[in-house]
Design a protein around this ligand. Structure first.
Ligand SMILES: Cc1cc2nc3c(=O)[nH]c(=O)nc-3n(C[C@H](O)[C@H](O)[C@H](O)COP(=O)(O)OP(=O)(O)OC[C@H]3O[C@@H](n4cnc5c(N)ncnc54)[C@H](O)[C@@H]3O)c2cc1C
Length: 266
């Protein structure tokens, strides 16, 4: 693996507690388990709200207040299904259900997006079964969920009710889906927050392209860089990859960066 060959180390399941500073320079990070790592530059891809928690107040004061407190996009409902594949021909790999086109993508529970990866690759599910993931695209308000106890009846009932959008839509292309289900897992903004560590389970900062750009990867601290969905060019896999590359370029310099791009034929 190139990361290891070049002296890198990947440490998983380790929460960063703080980014450490000496005066105005970042000196490394400390994990929740107490271990510390020092380095010449720190690059973080947490969302902007989590970044704020990782840096001391005297450092965050250097940021423009608005930049650390953007409006947030809404969150998600999810469904994961495991179901009997017997006799199901020509299932779509992807499907999008739209209730009312006029309402658009930001309306609550109006659109559901589905993927059935086992249609593409049988190894994604046990023999004779399919797996399906569905989600509502960043239009589920956090505020409905934030004060509910995930172990409580109110939460569970609301979860079933709000997530009914999924099976209602799946029944349109698999009419007997209810009899086929072996496994059903529903997710709410609370689930999304828990598993992605995002602020309020949000998709990311709600910054309109019509009104300006996302902040770039440089920060008021010379050797602290950001990348990911809170950084220019914004949300989405291609965008976050680009911001990671921008941060790398800022650290190693344009010339070295160009050499690396050539090495990977870009
Ligand atoms: C349901 C869904 C569907 C999507 N579909 C698409 C799509 O089809 N195409 C597309 O381009 N984009 C899609 N996106 C958007 C895309 O997935 C995200 O914009 C992108 O993954 C964000 O990458 P990131 O590196 O900024 O954040 P993440 O991938 O969220 O990475 C941030 C990481 O930081 C970790 N973290 C947070 N705090 C700490 C801490 N204190 N210490 C250590 N680690 C921490 C988190 O656990 C997380 O692993 C989708 C997103 C969702 C939720």
């Amino acid at each position: 693996m190139d990361l290891k060959k070049n002296g890198g180390k990947l440490i998983l399941s380790s929460r960063v507690k703080t980014i450490n500073f000496n005066k105005n320079l970042a000196t490394g990070i400390t994990l929740n388990n107490g271990s510390s790592y020092s380095c010449e530059s720190v690059v973080t891809n947490t969302d902007v709200w989590n970044l704020k928690k990782l840096i001391p107040n005297e450092i965050s004061k250097k940021w423009n207040t608005k930049a650390l407190n953007p409006n947030k996009c809404d969150s998600f409902l999810h469904i994961h299904l495991g179901f009997d594949a017997d006799g199901l021909e020509n299932l779509p790999i992807h499907a999008i259900h739209v209730d009312e086109w006029e309402k658009g993508i930001t309306a609550e529970r109006n659109i559901a997006v589905f993927s059935i990866p086992s249609v593409l690759d049988k190894n994604m599910a046990p023999e004779g079964k399919h797996v399906l993931h569905g989600y509502t695209p960043a239009n589920e308000p956090w505020e409905i969920w934030e004060n509910l106890n995930p172990k409580g009846l109110e939460y569970r009932n609301l979860k079933e009710e709000r997530c009914s959008i999924f099976l209602n839509a799946v029944r349109k292309f698999i009419p007997d889906i209810d009899e086929r289900i072996d496994l059903k897992m529903l997710g709410t903004p609370t689930t999304h927050k828990k598993f992605t560590n995002t602020y309020c389970g949000s998709y990311g900062p709600a910054l309109s392209a019509a009104k300006g750009l996302f902040p770039g990867c440089k920060t008021p601290v010379k050797n602290l860089f950001t990348c990911g969905a809170s950084t220019f060019p914004g949300i989405g896999i291609p965008a976050v990859s680009a911001s990671g590359a921008y941060a790398a370029e800022k650290i190693i310099g344009k010339k070295e960066f160009k050499t690396l791009l050539k090495k990977i034929n870009l």
